[in-house]
Ligand binder design. Structure first.
Ligand SMILES: N[C@@H](CCC(=O)N[C@@H](CS)C(=O)NCC(=O)O)C(=O)O
Length: 228
């Protein structure tokens, strides 16, 4: 597998979660920029890889793969790292939270970023409701006692998934005043720890994410491509 991974990415997109995981695992990979300025993710060539027209795709020796959580889980299981083993007791909570990050938190963020895909009603009303849901979700995650990966120095796919999502709360989806990471002390500690990791530093350089990309992010300034 080592020589045959290709990440289709755009800077500061969900592909960042995959890049971080590849970097943490030390797997060689190549990248192909998806040019969002021309909606390249809606082109026939890209739709052949991911018919949803969403970023990311990871090309693997077994074919192209979409859905961030699925890609992260596949990578972790291949290497036997960054997630508890299949028969470990901790796997139960681990899988639970991975799906929560994907199905609940990431999906709520998509509703904030792309409200017109989810409602015909007033977009700002919809965003206000979504922000309240996100605050509840962040509070729950901050206070949860079954998220050892949140407080650990060990690499995990959960951390690689969550860190970009926290970053985006501060940057995208209209008015960002609703989001104050200091309100979530455990998540703030997580962010400060995560952004020191060599994998994050390398990804930040590749995608122009600045010096404090998770705890106090600034808009990305990538060497190639655009975020939106
Ligand atoms: N459920 C998908 C969501 C991916 C996603 O939201 N990707 C964004 C970029 S961060 C995207 O492609 N947006 C373009 C669009 O929605 O048309 C996954 O986890 O891979």
């Amino acid at each position: 597998m080592e020589n045959k991974l290709r990440l289709h990415y755009a800077p500061d997109n969900a592909s960042l979660c995959v890049r971080l995981t590849l970097e943490e695992l030390g797997l060689p990979y190549e990248t192909t920029l998806v040019d969002r300025s021309t909606s390249a993710h809606k082109s026939p060539a890209y739709l052949a890889l991911n018919p949803n027209g969403l970023i990311p795709v990871l090309e693997t020796p077994s074919g192209p793969m979409f859905e961030t959580a699925a890609i992260l889980l596949w990578l972790a299981d291949r290497k036997g790292q960054m997630i508890p083993a299949i028969d470990a007791a901790e796997r139960v909570q681990s899988i639970q939270w991975l799906f929560w990050i994907s199905n609940t938190f990431h999906t709520s963020l998509r509703m904030l970023f792309y409200p017109d895909k989810y409602t015909n009603a007033d977009v700002e009303d919809f965003r206000a409701v979504t922000r309240n849901r996100l605050i509840d979700q962040l509070t729950m995650l901050d206070q949860a006692s079954t998220v050892s990966w949140r407080d650990s120095d060990e690499a995990s796919i959960h951390a690689c998934y969550l860190a970009p999502l926290l970053r985006w709360c501060a940057l995208y989806g209209g008015n960002t005043e609703w989001f104050d990471l200091k309100q979530y002390p455990n998540l703030l500690s997580f962010a400060r720890r995560f952004e020191q990791r060599p994998a994050m530093l390398r990804a930040a350089k590749s995608e122009g994410l600045g010096p404090t990309p998770i705890s106090a992010p600034s808009p990305c300034c990538p060497p190639e491509g655009v975020a939106l």
